[in-house]
Design a protein around this ligand. Sequence first.
Ligand code: ZN
Ligand code: ZN
Length: 229
Amino acid sequence: MNHCCKIGRIIDEFDLTHGAFDEDINKYLLARYLGQGEYEETGVRPLKDWFNLKLLKTVYSRNGRYAIETQIESDYEILDSGDEIKKDAVIQDLKDDGIDTEKLLNSFATTSTMYRHLTNCLEGKKEKKKNEESDWEKNKIQYIQKSMRENTKDALRSLENKDRLQFATDAEVFTPVILGCPECSTQVRFEKALQQGYICEDHMMRPNSIEEETESNSEHTKRNEKITG
Ligand SMILES: [Zn+2]
Ligand SMILES: [Zn+2]
């Protein structure tokens, strides 16, 4: 069987899973690395330590070596350290419990293997910052729409009170931001334009942009600014 890298091989070889329901360990690592779902964004080093501890716990339980969590953690710290005397003592102790220590130590992940596994094998790209950057434009539009709705409602309330517009405060207020092509009658909502990456297929699209589906958002933004500004 082909493995993505050393970590993939170790997961397979030791049948490592996560949690009580044997969940996919790769999904878990990636979610923590990227800070998805319930997880806080985590660095490579803590994930490497987590992975190695997981491996150690698995090996302990399969060899019937009883140890509480803190004992396993302290064993790992020693095995991971450069303290050869302490390390030898732990290794001897593990050997006494029938553990193949050479295989175990060779199976530990380093920070760089973990980094490569997360970014290359699992394609975990931290895009959080990029998304935040490209979202401010959208947030700005939404802010304008909200404030426009609120101001409109103020005006409607006044008009209703003056009896110039009956039931004005019952009205629903729509504030679409619509972008129009200067060459033809094409009009699209801002959200749709942003989603599709262009405003008018006939007049406001570079001829080669169909192949450029991965084109960055910032380029679209520059274009939009030119159009509206
Ligand atoms: Zn891998
Ligand atoms: Zn057009």
